[in-house]
Write a protein that binds this ligand. Structure first.
Ligand SMILES: Cc1cc2nc3c(=O)[nH]c(=O)nc-3n(C[C@H](O)[C@H](O)[C@H](O)COP(=O)(O)O)c2cc1C
Ligand code: SF4
Length: 428
């Protein structure tokens, strides 16, 4: 898998150890300076750590981009209360493969990030909920956790600091909905992975009804660097409202797909042309999905103008999401993209909410009818209406995640959808 060239990424945060062979071994990670920041943090006031993370402006990398320091601020400060830190390693959004990559090469960066975060938050127990299909990564992570225990970095009275932290790796079973934080909590509790209504948010009432912070792998892995180099250094990258660097998973029709750590705010076209070495076979760019399958699609024209930060993407009608960039060249069929998207969300809906359960099914049916040549042009309006009625009315955001890309495709590629329906009718 490709990464931005060495000179670039060595200066960055998350991939800064990736050039070191076998850095997944504890000794090698330590030789490179790993766990030093953890030791230093045990001598600091936990409130100072939280303050530094808040000042860095780090935003959650799981999709919503919620400021991490603000989320941590909602958490109980009582260090004697039982509470939890959960790491979301479910990485279920189609197009996203950055967490898996990070864990595979450097699992200790997450373990160190979790220990520092747990110390700051005063939690004594943590879980890493990892996607069921990530067998290899789960094995690497389990070994890393085991080695950290042996070295005295986990468990009781860590390095004589008086701080206890027990960390468990828990494997999921491969349901998209278990990436949603309350679905993840239900699954970890041994129930069906069904989301729960918010509020109360997990920070107040989460795992086993107790205060729980849920953060993405990339979010927690950024903490040691922020503590080592400081909030001000972190903010040198990115924009005022989207500071720092981000891991982008880039797939589709580019010459050099892979995971790249790049500053937020970078122009999308620079990502494609410079880091991914252009559209494959010299083809023309047709469209880009900028933030995973839930993000509305951009036409090539918009893709050439947009900057990869939370604000600019939102202002142009989509979202940064998990940072999964899917590049589509002129040979791609937009109706195919819509079909796969609709099939996926219908399959993954947990079925608790009527707009999501029925809406995802109806949208798929409407599309499949058109595919069979039995559609009408007015089906585009019908799809748009169904999608509209699925938004903002459900327990979790999966319903919106299915509706938004559908409406995005209708808005950006209506002409191609109309031609498709007509051609299918003719070929019937
Ligand atoms: C349907 C759905 C799927 C999600 N999947 C993931 C996921 O795979 N990984 C993840 O970290 N967050 C995922 N999220 C976001 C989580 O609910 C949660 O916001 C995130 O883990 C919080 O961590 P952060 O603040 O570090 O981003 C998903 C959300 C929804 C609505
Ligand atoms: S929106 Fe969909 S996935 Fe989320 S709880 Fe409701 S039915 Fe389940």
């Amino acid at each position: 898998m490709s990464i931005a060239n060495k000179a670039d990424y060595q200066n960055f945060t998350l991939l800064s150890y990736h050039h070191i062979p076998s850095v997944h071994h504890l000794e090698i990670f330590e030789e490179a300076g790993g766990y030093e920041m953890m030791k230093k943090c045990f001598t600091l006031d936990p409130e100072k750590i939280k303050e530094e993370v808040k000042n860095s402006g780090l935003r959650g990398r799981g999709g919503a981009g919620f400021p991490t320091g603000v989320k941590w601020g909602f958490f109980s400060k009582d260090r004697n209360q039982r509470k939890y830190l959960l790491c979301n390693a479910d990485e279920s959004e189609p197009g996203t493969f950055k967490d898996r990559y990070l864990l595979e090469i450097n699992p200790h960066i997450l373990v160190e990030g979790m220990i520092i975060s747990a110390f700051a938050l005063g939690t004594q127990r943590g879980y890493i909920y990892i996607r069921g299909e990530f067998y290899e990564q789960a094995m690497i992570l389990e070994k890393a956790v085991k080695d950290a225990y042996k070295r005295g970095y986990l468990g009781k009275n860590i390095l004589g600091s008086g701080f206890d932290f027990e960390l468990v790796v828990h494997r999921g079973a491969g349901a998209y909905i278990c990436g949603e934080e309350t679905g993840l909590i239900s699954s970890l509790e041994g129930q069906k992975g069904r989301p729960k209504l918010k509020p109360p948010f997990p920070a107040i009432k989460g795992y086993r009804g107790l205060p729980t912070i849920v953060n993405n792998v990339e979010t927690l892995a950024a903490v040691p660097w922020i503590m080592r180099c400081g909030a001000a250094a972190y903010k040198k990258w990115g924009t005022e409202k989207s500071p720092g660097t981000k891991l982008f998973s880039i797939s589709g029709d580019v010459n050099r797909p892979g995971v790249f750590e790049l500053p937020l705010g970078i122009p999308l076209i620079e990502v494609i042309e410079k880091h991914c070495e252009g559209v494959r076979e010299g083809n023309k760019l047709k469209a880009v999905i900028p933030g995973g399958s839930s993000a509305p699609i951009f036409t090539a024209e918009i893709a050439k103008e947009v900057r990869m930060d939370y604000e600019d993407i939102a202002q142009k009608g989509s979202m940064l999401g998990s940072g999964a960039i899917i590049v589509l060249d002129e040979t791609r069929s937009i109706p195919d993209i819509l079909k796969w998207t609709l099939e996926f969300y219908h399959h993954e809906s947990c079925g608790q909410c009527t707009p999501c359960r029925e809406g995802t099914g109806w949208m798929e049916k409407i599309f499949k009818r058109a595919e069979q040549g039995e559609g009408k042009l007015s089906d585009i309006e019908l799809l748009d209406k169904v999608a509209f009625n699925m938004r903002g009315r459900t327990i979790c955001a999966l319903s919106d995640a299915a509706a938004m890309p559908t409406q995005g495709i209708i808005k950006a590629f209506r002409g191609e959808l109309e031609s498709y329906i007509k051609i299918q009718m003719k070929n019937r």
